[in-house]
Write a protein that binds this ligand. Structure first.
Ligand code: NAD
Length: 322
């Protein structure tokens, strides 16, 4: 039986990835500093602890695994990433966790390691036009990410690629673009735009008003989590050794995203536009490289993923009210 280690298994993408690896017949060890908030983990073993601690990380990586997925990081939506208050934590954590995990892999001769980078690595100067952003993989340098989180991901890419250059590991690196779906943060400050809008719309009564950060014309693409997991596994088992976008090319403005969710909810709502952390003006996945190298790219329509996500968040809102 093949074995996998998933660091960050108690998180949103980690939870879905563990479930998929189990479906595919892997024996899975999950590691996180907390249990999954919304589901019982499908992992065979779930080890609780802090991966910043090298001693704990040595216990978590105490043998060879066929595949290691290193998803643990301080992560959140715009409010979390752009406020500045969490920058030191974001940077310190990712450096400590990634170094500990990489050294664990070196000790046990583990080769195949997945690192989730982010669309946040792309330079701000290429994302000023909401309708025409440039996120081609080779546009990333000269580097100018819009946040310290983006810098940690860019440094992380370079760190993993350095460990590849000296023969320690064979990293596979995805630049995820706004992954969304059920069983992720939906309130509390770490939620991202799709979850935050689903929550606001689920909480609003028909005819009511919701708040939108910025003018609603900023654009993004959003990828449903099952497709992110599919892309991750395809990349992991490929010979593609350079970073590749895993995202959707279905570009929408935040207003259009809110329109879609409101229509799924069957509600007619007014909007007020308020100052808030909005990030770059436009961002979209460029899938030419993934199509060329993996012969695959995500195909699910945004509306389909939003229907599943809205249903889950609306049920969480109902539960929270009881
Ligand atoms: P998440 O916050 O739901 O999951 C991260 C998990 O890491 C959490 O469960 C957290 O408890 C765990 N963790 C953090 N610090 C830890 C520590 N010191 N020790 C042990 N566990 C620790 O986030 P997610 O959305 O599932 O993201 C997973 C990965 O993908 C992250 O590295 C994130 O940066 C990256 N990523 C996500 C997106 C996205 O849109 N969700 C986009 C780009 C990149």
């Amino acid at each position: 039986m093949k074995t996998a280690l998933v660091c960050g298994a108690g998180g949103f993408i980690g939870g879905h990835l563990v479930a998929r690896l189990k479906q595919d017949g892997f024996r899975v060890r999950g590691v996180d500093r907390k249990p999954h908030e919304f589901i019982a983990s499908a992992a065979d073993e779930f080890v609780l602890g802090d991966l910043r601690d090298a001693g704990f990380c040595n216990e978590a990586i105490d043998r060879r695994f066929d595949e290691v997925y290193q998803l643990a990081a301080e992560m959140g939506g715009a409010e979390f990433i752009y406020s500045g208050a969490h920058d030191a934590d974001i940077m310190r954590s990712s450096m400590q966790i990634d170094l500990n995990v990489l050294e664990g892999c070196r000790r046990h001769g583990i080769k195949r390691v997945f690192f989730p980078s982010s669309a946040c690595v792309y330079p701000t100067r290429n994302q000023l036009d909401a309708q025409n952003p440039n996120c081609a993989e080779d546009s990333v340098y000269p580097a100018a990410p819009d946040s310290e989180y983006g810098w940690t991901k860019l440094f992380g890419e370079r760190l993993y690629l350095s460990y590849a250059r000296d023969g320690t590991i064979e990293p596979r690196i995805a630049r995820y673009h706004n992954i969304f779906g059920p069983q992720g943060a939906w309130r509390g400050g770490r939620e991202k735009a799709p979850a935050a809008l689903c929550r606001k719309i689920a909480e609003a009564s028909n005819g009511g008003t919701i708040e939108i950060w910025g003018d609603g014309q900023q654009s993004r693409s959003f990828l449903f989590v099952s497709e992110a997991v599919e892309g991750t596994l395809r990349l992991m088992r490929s010979d593609v050794s350079s970073p590749v976008n895993i995202g959707s090319e279905e570009l929408v403005t935040i207003d259009q995203l809110a329109d879609l969710i409101a229509s799924i909810a069957g509600k007619s709502l007014s909007r007020t536009y308020v100052a808030g952390p909005v990030g770059v003006r436009g961002r979209n996945s460029d899938n030419r490289l993934i199509r060329r190298t993996l012969g695959w790219s995500p195909s699910m329509h945004l509306r389909d993923g939003l229907e599943r996500t809205y249903a889950w968040i609306a049920s969480m809102v109902r539960q929270a009210r009881q």
